[in-house]
Design a binder for this molecule. Structure first.
Ligand SMILES: Nc1ncnc2c1ncn2[C@@H]1O[C@H](COP(=O)(O)OP(=O)(O)OP(=O)(O)O)[C@@H](O)[C@H]1O
Length: 318
């Protein structure tokens, strides 16, 4: 039987790996998620976020390693975990040809909620997620934000202790993203533990704890604040009108830990202040006028340093 108290670990994973043929999608992952955490999974495309989440809900069998979720050992005891777990994917998994109300009623039946309780709970969720006026509308005709709210209502219908969310905001506008995150904190306050994968830095920054994945490996795991404090080197902004060319010139130069073009700007992480003049000089020699300005460490720097360093040291250019 699952039990949840603050001293317990909701998710405990050791040496978790998943291979698809020759692809190592998840590589020897260790993870501990505690109750009421809003735990973020940040990683580039293909870094293994979805594969990990699918193993954590028992949908996918690991190649090796141990998984314990809410006291249930997976994949053996996936059935016992089901009623304590909510899962939502970026495609929202709704029945397009059923109305909002019918989608929730169907899910209530799947979870075996008694009819009266189901009715009460559905009313509660329709109101909480601003869906009451849309109750008779077909799910397929809802806007992206409305679909997202319905998918969240469906995922929490049976009041799970743990919510696994796989890029839940990738298909919605910024306003819906903000509202969605407010709902997540409301759920966490009420006692739900949340594991959420995202591509967005602003969302990652809001998590109580953050794991950064790169090519299936866990390359950072701490609170966003501590990850930023522990950032190696100095973040610099390279101000110039040809950031792409500047990046090519700076790539692989001594002292450069990481480089990333973000919009029109080029951010660079250098090992130490002593490298700044030689790097400026290197740009000038290449015919690029640039100013190096000190920046404040942000999560983007942490992400770039964590996910680019091994590739650079392996001698690959991006
Ligand atoms: N069923 C599968 N069969 C074969 N390869 C797979 C399968 N599922 C995932 N992969 C591969 O495993 C790797 C990790 O994929 P995964 O979807 O877990 O990454 P992700 O971090 O969730 O990416 P994204 O952010 O793009 O969703 C990728 O190389 C992917 O092609």
């Amino acid at each position: 039987m699952a039990s949840i108290d603050d001293s317990a670990t909701v998710i405990r994973v050791r040496g978790l790996s998943k291979r698809f043929g020759t692809t190592v999608a998840v590589d020897a992952l260790d993870l501990d998620v505690r109750p009421r955490e809003v735990y973020g999974f940040l990683g580039p495309n293909g870094s293994g976020k979805s594969t990990t989440l699918r193993m954590l809900c028992g949908l996918l069998h690991p190649s090796s390693g141990e998984i314990e979720v809410l006291g249930h050992h997976l994949p053996k005891d996936a059935e016992g975990l089901k009623r304590h777990l909510g899962y939502m994917t970026q495609s929202f998994s709704l029945y397009r040809d059923l109305s909002v109300n019918e989608n929730l009623t169907f899910l209530a039946a799947v979870h075996g909620l008694p009819r009266k309780r189901a009715h009460q709970r559905i009313e509660e969720l329709l109101n909480r997620y601003w869906l009451a006026e849309l109750r008779h509308q077909l799910a397929g005709t809802l806007s992206g934000g409305q679909k997202q709210r319905l998918a969240l209502a469906g995922a929490v219908l049976h009041e799970p202790d743990l919510l696994l969310l796989d890029e839940p905001t990738s298909a919605v506008d910024p306003q819906s993203r903000r509202e969605f995150w407010e709902s997540l904190f409301e759920l966490a306050d009420a006692g739900t533990t949340i594991l959420v994968s995202t591509h967005y830095m602003d969302e990652a920054e809001r998590c109580t704890r953050l794991a950064i994945l790169d090519r299936g490996r866990l390359v950072a795991d701490d609170s966003p604040q501590r990850l930023m404090e522990a950032l190696p080197g100095r973040p610099l902004l390279v101000e110039c009108d040809r950031p792409r060319q500047a990046q090519q010139v700076l790539e692989g130069q001594p002292g450069v830990i990481a480089l990333a073009q973000i919009g029109a700007a080029l951010r660079m992480l250098v090992e130490d202040v002593e490298y700044e003049n030689p790097l400026s000089e290197r740009l000038r020699t290449a015919g690029i006028e640039a100013r190096l300005v000190s920046g404040t460490a942000n999560l983007e720097d942490v992400f770039v340093a964590a996910t680019r360093q091994p590739r650079q040291s392996a001698g690959e250019a991006s």
